[in-house]
Ligand binder design. Sequence first.
Ligand code: TPP
Length: 629
Amino acid sequence: MLVLLRQGKIAKWFSGIGQEAISVGTALAMHRDEYILPMHRNLGVFTVRNIPLHRLFSQFQGKPGGFTNSRDRSFHFGTREFNIVGMISHLGPQMGVADGIALGNVLMNNGRSTVVFSGDGGSSEGDFHESINVAAVWDLPVIFIVENNGYGLSTPSREQFRCKQFIDKAIGYGIEGVQVDGNNLLDVYHAINKINDDIRKNPRPVLLECLTFRMRGHEEASGTKYVPQELFDEWGRKDPLKNFESYLLDERVLNENIIKITRSEIRNEIESELEIAFAETEPEPNTEKELNDLFAPHFPAPIAPGEKATEKRFLDAITDAMRESMQRHKNLVIMGQDVAEYGGVFKATQGFVEEFGKGRVRNTPLCESAIVGTGLGLSINGHKSIVEMQFADFVTCGFNQIVNNLAKTHYRWGQNADVVVRMPTGAGVGAGPFHSQSNEAWFFHVPGLKIVYPAFPDDAKGLLNAAIEDPNPVMYFEHKALYRSVSGMVPDDYYTTEIGKAKLVKSGNDLSIITYGFGVHWALEALEQYPSISADLIDLRSLLPWDRDAVTASVKKTGKVIILHEDTLTGGVGAEIAAVIATECFRYLDAPVVRSASLDSPVPMSSKLEWNFLPKDRFLAQLRELASY
Ligand SMILES: Cc1ncc(C[n+]2csc(CCOP(=O)(O)OP(=O)(O)O)c2C)c(N)n1
């Protein structure tokens, strides 16, 4: 790899020289059908799993024969075929994914172990803490390997953490910690074997600290000036390959001739596999494919509602959907804070533990990042999941996993993320800046996510069912203020409502009101107050994708449009809709496009301030002004 780098044949390389025994010993000890989640230095994991070298070379060169359709680099890929899930650049999120794979194994009771790697630097991330803690509390059979090689990028251990050794951290999590000489292949191999023999039968996590040293720079371009020479000398004497070779020579397993033959065989294999990768052509861009590959293909015929319906509150419709989906999809798991016996803070999952058991209805520790990662891991291991954010505001703590892992994984290496994130959202309940935010716009900008946002109980049920059916990540926004204040007829039996389709709530000719969520109810109230205004009222219901056809058709008909949303104005969903209207309906417009949204400030608590923040009253004036324009 170093030669290829010098020749400019690969762009970047994170060398594992000095640390080979850890990757190789670990991969050899794992069963072939058990998942390994490696990091950037773990080439040995990939070679031990016998991935054809030409595919690795193609991957490193960004050629289509790699694992990511030329979309991602180096070890940033996974492959279910080889039971490997590669990292995203952010390092720590790997560990939550490992939890999810392990949870899948526990639920299937298949006696499999999972192993995930972290560097000593990566251990400072919150994901490290969250994921080990979850695995501890849930008794997940995961080996968390810390490759303690003395440095982060250039930062030495003393500036990274204060504890003497990593196995001390295991004590804090109430789990076993094992320390091995990471430069001794057999020590690593036997340690993993021993742990696995046990945790496959008695599931629980173990932290395995492998003491080692990085003999090259962080990546080849970054050099090693900051590392004292004595350390290289000391660890050079402990080189895992040289020492293992001498050991095998002493034991007469090898002799010079076998070494020569083996080296020449490997060299030949590398040369011929390289030829295959070199012969491959560069990728040809195909815009349609680029956009299509964001999502796993899913073109369901909506399941129509039955005749029988019952009057239900918004919240009860959500509960209905989850209950029926849990009955329908035996591989569906619900995770969230206090969702089990307590039934969730809004009681959406009341009685679920009794009906579906603790295995599938899981209280989580306070750790949004690890749990969203767990959702992805479950998906990799054949499960569906609903992750409940206790309040949509707390999604910030799981943001990275959503926007970088859930959203990008299918595009990167074809793995779908079958996860619904439930988002109890919105203001109007006097809950202040951290329990009232509308944050759909943060996700609206992220390719690879779907967003739904119902306003009525029947849509709440149909869209949640559709979101759960969908094998792709869906952010499901549910407005807290609507939970108990809005009721409607909800079909009793299971049905789905198509994602991406708006609903014409009222039809009229003077102007179009485009809105969603709480806004739909404000608009209905306004139209009741001003019966002389004849308006199309469009409830978007889905924000990603949003129904451009319905919106543009309405605007072309009425010639005037006001976009209303509870979220703050600047950079909100309304800005995008306004831009599309300006482009596609310019010739039909009889008035400027109007946006009505909350003030660009945090959500204040006091009722008077809150209603001043929200656009409801301003909307009335804007509506009248537009009508008379
Ligand atoms: C969240 C995040 N912050 C910073 C970086 C940049 N970065 C990449 S690797 C690295 C050091 C990692 O050190 P360690 O975990 O000890 O692994 P090692 O490289 O030593 O194997 C840093 C700072 C990153 N990739 N992700």
